[in-house]
Design a protein around this ligand. Structure first.
Ligand SMILES: Cc1cc2nc3c(=O)[nH]c(=O)nc-3n(C[C@H](O)[C@H](O)[C@H](O)COP(=O)(O)O)c2cc1C
Length: 382
C-alpha cells in the first residue's frame, strides 16, 4: 500500500494516514462564535471520509483578534460544550481533530468595526484602513493575549480535541510579531529575531502550561513573507523559528506563507499540472535542513504521485489539503478506494481578487460564501 495510507504519529496522536485537512474557515458559527450542527456535520463528514487529521477553521482566542464574522470563538468556557459534540463525532468515526487557535492583531477587521479593543504590534505607516486606528500593544496587552492562547488550549483539551494548532501564518498576530515588516518595536518583543520570536515561544509555553505538557501543540507557520520588492521575514529566519519551536515541544510545523503582497496571491492559483504543485517545497527543504521537527506541506498539493514522491524523499511527513476538500470532501476515500485521479480542484483564480482564493467570496457583511467554479476534470490529469 502507498505510504500515504500508512498510519503515523504526530506527537502522541495516532493518525490513520498522512492526510491532513488544513484549517478552513467556513463562516458556519453563529454571530457569537458558537459552533453548532452545521460545523459538526462538516467536520464529521471529513472524518467519515478517511481524512487522517482534521484541523478546524481558526478559532479566535479573544474577540479583539477577530477578523471575519461567524468564525469560531474559544474565548470563554461556554464554547466547550459545542466543540465537545464536534470532537465526539470525529472520534466515533475514528478520526482525529485539532483546533486551530489564533488572533489577527492589526488585521482584526471585525474587532475594529465593532468597537472591541483593536491592537497593533507597532504603529507602522502601512496600517490597514478599517475606519479606526489601532492602539499599540503594551506589556499587559501582550501578556493577556499569551494567556488567552493558553486558556484556549485548555478549553480545547476539555472539549476533547486531540491537540491545538497555533495560527502562525498568513499575516496573523504571530506573524505580525515575527515579521520586521509589521514589528518595529524597540523593546524585548522587537528588533532581533530572538526578540521577534519571543511572542510565539511564550504562546507555546502558555499552551503547555495550561493544557499540559503532553497535549500536542502544532503550528501553521508563515515561514517567509512574500513581498514583491522582497523585505519582511526571510526563510532563514523562518527556519530558525521552526527549530526554536521544536525545542519548545511543537510536534508539527505546517509550512505556509507569512505576510503577502496581494499581487502575489497568484502563486496559489491555477494548479493545473504536477510541476505547479507543492508551492512551498523550497521552504520545506530549508526547514528540513536545520530541524527534525515533523513537517506538513500545504498549498497546491493535488496529485498522488507528487505526494508519494514528497513523502518518499523525506522532505515532508504529511500532506495538507484545503481547497481540494472543499470541492471533494470524499477525496481521500476516493483515492483509497482506487480512483487515483488528481483532486478536481485546480485552485481557480479569482479575477476580482476580492478574496484570496477562487472558492469563496465575501458577502456585504464580510461573511464568507463558499462556492466552487471548477468543473469536474473527468479523468484528465491536466
Ligand atoms: C475558504 C478558505 C478558508 C480558509 N481558512 C483558513 C483558516 O481558518 N486558517 C488557516 O490557517 N488557513 C485557512 N485557509 C488557507 C488554507 O488552509 C490553505 O493554507 C490554503 O488554501 C492553501 O492550501 P490548498 O492549496 O490545499 O487550498 C483557508 C483557505 C480557504 C480557501
Amino acid at each position: 500500500m502507498s505510504a500515504l495510507f500508512e498510519p503515523a504519529k504526530i506527537g502522541n496522536i495516532e493518525v490513520k494516514n498522512r492526510f491532513i485537512r488544513s484549517a478552513t474557515y467556513f463562516g458556519l458559527a453563529d454571530e457569537n462564535g458558537f459552533v453548532g450542527e452545521p460545523s459538526v456535520k462538516l467536520i464529521k463528514t471529513l472524518a467519515q471520509n478517511e481524512v487522517g487529521l482534521i484541523i478546524t477553521g481558526n478559532a479566535y482566542v479573544l474577540k479583539s483578534g477577530q477578523r471575519f464574522p461567524n468564525a469560531n470563538l474559544i474565548d470563554t468556557d461556554d464554547h466547550i460544550p459545542g466543540f465537545k459534540k464536534m470532537t465526539q463525532s470525529v472520534h466515533e468515526a475514528e478520526g482525529r481533530v485539532v483546533m486551530q487557535i489564533g488572533h489577527n492583531g492589526v488585521q482584526s477587521k471585525l474587532a475594529a468595526q465593532s468597537g472591541e479593543d483593536y491592537l497593533a504590534v507597532s504603529m507602522t505607516d502601512k496600517l490597514p484602513d478599517f475606519g479606526r486606528k489601532p492602539r499599540e500593544m503594551q506589556e499587559d496587552d501582550i501578556a493577556n493575549i499569551i494567556d488567552a492562547f493558553g486558556q484556549a488550549a485548555r478549553r480545547a483539551r476539555e472539549a476533547g480535541f486531540d491537540g491545538v494548532q497555533i495560527h502562525g501564518a498568513h499575516g496573523y498576530l504571530v506573524d505580525q510579531f515575527l515579521s520586521p515588516f509589521t514589528n518595529k518595536r524597540t523593546d524585548r518583543w522587537g528588533g532581533s529575531l530572538k526578540n521577534r520570536l519571543r511572542f510565539v515561544l511564550e504562546v507555546t509555553r502558555a499552551i503547555k502550561k495550561e493544557a499540559g505538557g503532553d497535549f500536542p501543540a502544532m503550528i501553521k507557520l508563515g515561514c517567509k513573507d512574500y513581498f514583491d520588492d522582497g523585505g519582511g521575514l526571510t526563510i532563514e529566519e523562518g527556519a530558525r523559528t521552526a527549530k526554536a519551536l521544536e525545542g519548545e515541544g511543537i510536534c508539527l510545523v505546517e509550512i505556509s506563507f507569512g505576510n503577502m503582497d496581494p499581487k502575489l496571491r497568484k502563486i496559489f492559483m491555477g494548479i493545473t499540472s504536477p510541476e505547479k504543485e507543492a508551492v512551498f517545497l523550497p521552504e520545506a527543504r530549508a526547514i528540513r535542513a536545520v530541524s527534525s521537527v515533523p513537517i506538513a506541506l500545504v498549498t497546491g498539493m493535488r496529485s498522488l504521485p507528487v505526494m508519494e514522491e514528497l513523502i518518499g524523499s523525506g522532505v515532508t511527513d504529511f500532506i495538507s489539503l484545503c481547497r481540494p476538500l472543499i470541492r471533494e470532501p470524499d477525496l481521500i476515500k476516493r483515492w483509497k478506494e482506487g480512483d487515483t485521479r488528481p483532486a478536481d480542484c485546480i485552485s481557480c483564480p479569482d479575477p476580482s481578487h476580492a478574496a484570496p482564493y477562487g472558492c469563496f467570496n465575501l458577502d456585504e457583511n464580510g461573511k464568507i460564501v463558499i462556492f466552487c467554479r471548477q468543473l469536474r476534470r473527468k479523468g484528465n490529469p491536466e
